[in-house]
Design a binder for this molecule. Structure first.
Ligand SMILES: Nc1ncnc2c1ncn2[C@@H]1O[C@H](COP(=O)(O)OP(=O)(O)O)[C@@H](O)[C@H]1O
Ligand SMILES: [Mg+2]
Length: 427
């Protein structure tokens, strides 16, 4: 069948009528040229329309076993969209309206049929049908474009978020490096006069043993000096660049060695410790003392946040990097598996961290604890140690239901990260 042909199905139970309609169509319609089929009943019509893609169906309203409206409804419920022209009797105006409502494309009065009116109606129906198809196609395309746009938008959002995280990490590490340099300088400046004060106060303590009031004051001075020294030693730890002593070690063992020290006390404070250690983790190059210090700081913070009791879950596993932007992309040329990271998470059920504090907790001296309970140096030290190991440290909290500290350490450390670290045992 070429493009100009049209298959038409005539549905009429009366042989003479069907014959006449066929003749009129052939007479009036030359372009497109019609191929005619005939169905004698509703049932037959449905079967034929289901089996063959007819261009038009011309249907007598008065079909033996049921009216044309029922046929129309039947076809539409089966999703058959063939345009249908209904032939009504004289004066069947209401039926015509009903047929149009039920989805007929047009109606013609049977007694007044001419070849022209039939051809005109057929052409009109074809045109309408084509327009509807085009509209449907356009709508589908639009819907598809819209869906693609939604997906693209989501991808963009994900990339933006990743970029934002990476930017924050860079800003934070630049800020910390700057503070580190400043802190190192200031610490050394403070240590000199502090030593002098300490020396004088010791001399006075020895010389004026007979003055208890003075001895008491000097005791307080010494205490405060120790406090300053503690702060300074913390700051120096944070700022010292080349203080990692690398050796191969297993994270689970290091974690266990810290947990075994603190677990008893935590239990007695009503804190339950849950270990979810993945077996068979790869060994990593690390400074075990520093790494244990990180674990201890994080665990102590969690303990403090759960002063009324709670649960600390420590989870180790190998995963694809989620937070890490820096080392994952730097190693772009490495095989997929070497991009994996060792993820250590500490999840507590404590107070949580307020959103406005989350950005600050890694800053030196940021603390929400009373003066005698915190210096605000713990997490900044942790951050710089993890950074020196080529990893990242992040905190997650909704501000009320506890906090998770997540460390990600690169597994393939032999190339990128050793460069940024001194060789083992270098002073
Ligand atoms: N697990 C935690 N739950 C709730 N808040 C935490 C937790 N860990 C850290 N913080 C918050 O981060 C701040 C900074 O911690 P840190 O640097 O260790 O200093 P410090 O413990 O001396 O306050 C804490 O004062 C506290 O507000
Ligand atoms: Mg702390």
């Amino acid at each position: 069948m070429n493009r100009e042909d049209i298959k038409i199905l005539i549905v009429d139970d009366d042989d003479d009528d069907a014959f006449l309609i066929g003749d009129l169509i052939r007479e009036g319609l030359t372009n497109p040229s019609p191929t005619l089929d005939r169905a004698k009943s509703q049932q037959e019509a449905i079967l034929q329309l289901e089996a063959t893609p007819y261009g038009i169906c011309i249907c007598d309203y008065r079909l033996g076993e049921g009216d044309g409206i029922r046929l129309l409804n039947n076809l539409r419920s089966k999703d058959i969209t063939t345009p249908i022209i209904v032939l009504t009797g004289q004066g069947d105006q209401e039926i015509a309206v009903e047929a149009m409502k039920s989805g007929a494309t047009d109606y013609l009065t049977k007694g007044k049929l001419t070849s022209e009116s039939l051809a005109k109606s057929i052409r009109h129906a074809i045109q309408l049908h084509q327009e509807a198809e085009r509209r449907k196609h356009t709508e589908e395309m639009l819907k598809k474009s819209h869906q693609e746009l939604v997906v693209a938008h989501k991808e963009l959002q994900t990339s933006l978020n990743k970029l934002k995280t990476a930017k924050n990490q860079i800003l934070r590490s630049e800020k910390l490096a700057g503070i580190g340099r400043l802190a190192a300088g200031v610490c050394h400046e403070i240590l000199n006069p502090l030593n002098i004060i300490s020396g004088y106060s010791q001399t006075l303590q020895m010389e004026r043993r007979d003055d208890p009031a003075l001895q008491e004051d000097l005791g307080s001075i010494t205490e405060e000096i120790h406090r300053i020294e503690k702060i300074i030693s913390g700051l120096l730890k944070f700022s010292r660049k080349r203080d990692v002593d690398l050796k191969h070690a297993e994270i689970n063992n290091e974690l266990e060695s810290v947990l075994s020290i603190v677990e008893g006390e935590m239990n007695s404070e009503g804190i339950n410790v849950v270990r979810k250690f993945s077996p068979d983790l790869p060994t990593l190059l690390m400074d075990t003392d520093r790494m244990r210090q990180v674990f201890l700081n994080i665990i102590n913070n969690a303990k403090y946040a759960m002063s009324g009791g709670g649960q600390l879950t420590v989870h180790t596993q190998v995963v694809d990097p989620v937070n890490s932007s820096s080392f994952a992309t730097e190693t772009g040329s490495l095989p997929e598996e070497s991009k994996k990271v060792l993820k250590i998470s500490f999840t507590d059920t404590g107070t949580g961290i307020k959103k406005e504090h989350l950005e600050q907790i890694f800053d030196p001296f940021f603390t929400t604890k009373p003066e005698d309970k915190g210096t605000g140096l713990g997490l900044s030290v942790c951050y710089s140690i993890i950074e020196k190991h080529g990893g990242i440290l992040e905190a997650e909290s909704d501000g009320k239901n506890g906090t998770a500290f997540v460390i990600e350490l690169p597994i393939n450390q032999n190339s990128a990260n050793e460069e940024s670290m001194p060789p083992p045992n270098e002073p």
